[in-house]
Design a protein around this ligand. Structure first.
Ligand code: ADP
Ligand code: MG
Ligand code: MG
Length: 252
């Protein structure tokens, strides 16, 4: 497993500071959830960790097992074991899902040690069945014409195929009906081990009814303002975010 550490992370977009000092440590095997109102900076956090060029880290650090993630190119971050499921997964025209996943797996392996084709196909079939996906989705172009729910399921397919050491899942629950949500949760839960940790970013508590996080953090105005266990998410579901603002004396 790997340990991801964020220290006093500040991130700006177009010279506007969005993240104002985020501290977080995710240890091997841990599941963390970040919740927070719209505009709090949750997606900014995910994008900054993955190295999206629009997000400028102005100070602070991100390390993976002590290695400086911010010094890494985007593909090096994936190779180091980081995985990001974006809030809005992009379409890749002309590249089939199967080819995309296979090259992503191989990009993480040494040259000459590529995954054997038959082994890949078997694993892909098995995983798609597990996620109750239509097998012909493997031959379609990545996310092209996929429904919102199919895109989210497809992100979990990539996750299970790539077996990263740390996954950041941004609103993996948004736009899912209850059956799709259960399948997505089943996929994420199947990854649980000492070799895998997960940061789930979500606006709603619903996902956490199916995946119990070890830690829950609340993000507001670019900072983590409160941390706790699963009970914190339940209270947010029942009472919203207002009580935290009052507790902390935040006015808006
Ligand atoms: P959340 O995911 O918590 O809803 P975001 O990280 O998407 O929040 O957004 C945080 C803030 O950053 C918002 O005020 C949003 O308008 C702003 N923001 C996000 N992306 C961009 C961008 N590409 N350009 C300018 N502002 C942005
Ligand atoms: Mg949002
Ligand atoms: Mg977001």
């Amino acid at each position: 497993g790997s340990t991801l550490v964020l220290k006093d992370l500040h991130v700006s977009i177009e010279d506007k500071e969005i993240l104002k000092g985020v501290n977080l440590e995710i240890k091997p095997g841990e599941f963390h959830a970040i919740m927070g109102p719209n505009g709090a900076g949750k997606s900014t956090l995910a994008s900054a960790i993955m190295g999206h060029p629009a997000y400028e880290v102005t100070s602070g650090s991100v390390t993976l097992d002590g290695q400086d993630v911010l010094e890494m190119e985007v593909d090096e971050r994936a190779k180091a074991g980081l995985f990001l499921a974006m809030q809005y997964p992009s379409e890749i025209s002309g590249v089939t899902n199967a080819d995309f996943i296979r090259s992503s797996i191989n990009a993480r392996r040494e040259e000459g040690n590529e995954i054997p084709l038959m082994q890949f196909i078997k694993k892909l079939d098995k995983t798609m069945e597990y996620l109750e996906m239509d097998l012909n989705m493997a031959q379609r172009y990545v996310n092209e014409g996929f429904s919102g729910g199919e895109k989210k399921r497809n992100e979990i397919l990539q996750l299970m195929m790539l077996e990263p050491s740390i996954a950041i899942l941004d609103e993996i629950d948004s736009g899912l009906d209850i059956d799709a949500l259960k399948v997505v949760a089943k996929g994420i839960n199947s990854m649980r081990s000492e070799d895998f940790s997960c940061l789930m970013i979500t606006h709603y508590q619903r996902l956490l009814n199916y995946i119990t996080p070890d830690y829950v953090h609340v993000m507001m105005n670019g900072r983590i303002v409160k941390s706790g266990g699963p009970e914190l998410a339940k209270r947010l579901e029942e009472e919203g975010y207002e009580w935290i603002k009052e507790e902390l004396g935040i006015k808006d």
